[in-house]
Design a protein around this ligand. Sequence first.
Ligand SMILES: Nc1ncnc2c1ncn2[C@@H]1O[C@H](COP(=O)(O)OP(=O)(O)OP(=O)(O)O)[C@@H](O)[C@H]1O
Length: 268
Amino acid sequence: MSALFDLPTAAVPDAAALAADTAIRVSSVGKTFARADAPALRVLDDINFTVPRGRVTAILGASGCGKSTLLNMIAGLLAADQGDIYLDGIRARDFTDWKRVGYLFQDDRLLPWRTALENVEFGLEAERVGRAERRQRAEQALAAVGLVGFYDAYPNALSGGMRSRVALARSLVKEPRILLLDEPFSKLDPGMRAQMHAELLQAQQERGITIVFVTHDIEEAVVLADEVVVLHPRPGRVRAIVPIDLPQPRRPADRAVGEQLRALRALV
Ligand SMILES: Nc1ncnc2c1ncn2[C@@H]1O[C@H](COP(=O)(O)OP(=O)(O)OP(=O)(O)O)[C@@H](O)[C@H]1O
């Protein structure tokens, strides 16, 4: 008997997903929330899509259509009550390599009593990385997002854009293979958001990270994503999966980007 047959069935990598070099597979996923004072709320129904390794996927949809719920399930923070989610071909409930899955939240969640550098180092403390290496890697991560000179600044002394950069550095310092983002730049002004998009894409291309991000901003989806999963609300269902086959960098003023924006607007 081969070693493979000795593994519990759930831990056996999903062959189809591995063959296609799929980082994430969402398969027939549904989610219903029980509510104390109202009927149960069916939030997601029969969601299917795959995320190729090293590519960027946007989950796009109106407010309340279940985007964050779906992302939280991919992150292993919530369990699906129908279907399965696979990471690297392994069911989310059996997946163990969560250290390599980064999550950037809507708010930056910086610790106010720690400097920028200490906030970035925080990401490595749980991994028991030694002090000197922690410091060196945190400095490199902050430098990579343009924050040389701000290592000792506390979050309340930083602008919104700088705080977003610290949060991004804190995710990247852990060298994630998969990065999940829940509208992390939605509170930034358009210029700063465009800068963060460029920095995110640069980091993604240099490191080959697989990215899934949630947004209700059609322009953000078209500018960043290789593929857009459009969700329809109540309950959230996949309305369309749209490839965005345009070279980077993409500017909303470019004709081809404009055409893609119009096509997507008709779907959302
Ligand atoms: N733990 C929960 N219990 C009950 N209902 C919930 C829970 N979490 C989310 N919901 C409901 O599920 C629906 C989808 O929420 P979700 O946050 O996933 O949507 P969203 O598309 O990310 O919205 P937004 O863009 O506004 O953040 C909403 O109606 C929300 O109120």
